[in-house]
Design a binder for this molecule. Structure first.
Ligand code: PMV
Length: 351
């Protein structure tokens, strides 16, 4: 984390008083983008090239508890790695699903370096963070999005800043771009903004519920990704000729998807979301070295979705920076989709 980010956090907190309680608690949902965020216009402030639109996953996400601890307590051997000096800046105790994470784990390091941005407001305290994912980690959905959104909300609860959702969204964005959207339920739009200072790049709720909307998770591989989304985006923006057409396509897709939500035009929504995801993967394939998140099983299932759709079943897909597929369909087709795709985990985003 760097000075630019620290300055940004100070600006967003705008002098709010920190009056720590015993602990802060929050829940944030995971989200899946129907119009993807791909590419940064500013790496330090995590500002996106394009606006994106997602759907939050109801009660599937991350629940986080945070409390201040003193340094002595935090450096007890419980941190593991006996005999190894703790890397600078990580005397925090970070638990994931009840297990203390080693200080050298990428999970603990990422959380701790995000907390560095807020530490001065707590008298440079260290923190105990307990993170529980209410979505099976293996489903490939326990993303950083719900994690950083829940962390910011829990910090706000701990400190008593009383931040509005817009400010929470901008702070969560610093941890992970898609976390900006996980502050809200339902359909959410993250406006890219144009301001270099990053104060107009935050998510907003789209006030429109669609109770019949269903998302199916096809878990095809739980192997860790070879390239994270941050590096993947940077590589694509820097080397992919096809990326040049992405901002324009994303803008058009976002407008179309918004209109389909108002019009309840599921067929057009599904088609636009599927094409948007595959176009994003096309920009990655055209990068160098090529970025291929799609595995053989992913390709097989893409063909299967096309086949069942040709047979009359209204089902569409979307894919993020990984091999797993998310199916989009309506309640009326739930039984048929589950029969066609055994083992599907179905989510009702509107409860
Ligand atoms: O939030 P990040 O940095 O993990 O990036 C998310 C990128 C995609 O999942 C591929 C698209 C999106 O909009 O969620």
């Amino acid at each position: 984390m760097n000075d630019i980010q620290s300055q940004f956090v100070k600006k967003i907190l705008n002098g709010a008083q920190t009056m720590p309680k015993e602990k802060g608690v929050a829940f944030a949902p995971s989200n899946i983008a129907l119009c993807k965020y791909w590419g940064k216009r500013d790496a330090a402030l995590n500002l996106p090239v394009n606006s994106s639109l997602s759907i939050s996953l109801g009660d599937l996400g991350t629940r986080t508890e945070i409390r201040c601890i003193d340094v002595e307590q935090a450096s007890l051997p419980a941190q593991g790695q006996a005999g190894m000096p703790a890397p600078q800046g990580i005397p925090d105790m970070v638990y994931l699903n009840g297990e203390l994470q080693p200080v050298n784990s990428s999970f603990a390091k990422r959380i701790s370096s995000f907390l560095d941005l807020f530490r001065p407001m707590f008298g440079n305290a260290h923190f105990e963070v307990r993170t529980e994912n209410t979505i099976p980690t293996a489903a490939g959905l326990a993303s950083s999005a719900s994690g950083f959104a829940a962390l910011v909300m829990a910090l706000d609860d701990l400190a008593g800043w009383g931040l509005d959702k817009k400010r929470r969204s901008m702070l969560a964005r610093l941890g992970s771009g898609s976390a900006a959207r996980s502050i809200f339920d339902g359909f959410v739009q993250w406006n890219a903004g144009t301001n270099p200072a990053g104060t107009d790049s935050f998510a907003e709720k789209i006030d429109n519920e669609w109770p019949e909307f269903r998302i199916g998770i096809l878990e095809l591989s739980s192997a860790p990704k070879p390239v994270g989304s941050r590096d993947g985006m940077n590589r694509t923006v820097a080397t992919s000729e096809l990326y040049k057409s992405w901002p324009q396509q994303a803008a058009a897709d976002l407008e179309t998807i918004r209109a389909t939500i108002d019009a309840r035009d599921f067929a057009l929504l599904g088609k636009t979301a599927e094409r948007n995801a595959l176009a994003m993967h096309a920009t990655m394939l055209a990068a160098w070295p090529p970025l291929i998140y799609l595995q053989p099983e992913t390709i097989e299932q893409i063909h299967k979705v096309q086949r069942v759709r040709a047979e009359g079943l209204e089902v569409y897909l979307t894919i993020d920076a990984g091999p797993n597929i998310k199916l989009l369909f309506l309640e009326e087709n739930e039984a048929a989709v589950t029969t066609a795709f055994p083992g599907l985990q179905t989510i009702k985003p509107f409860g």
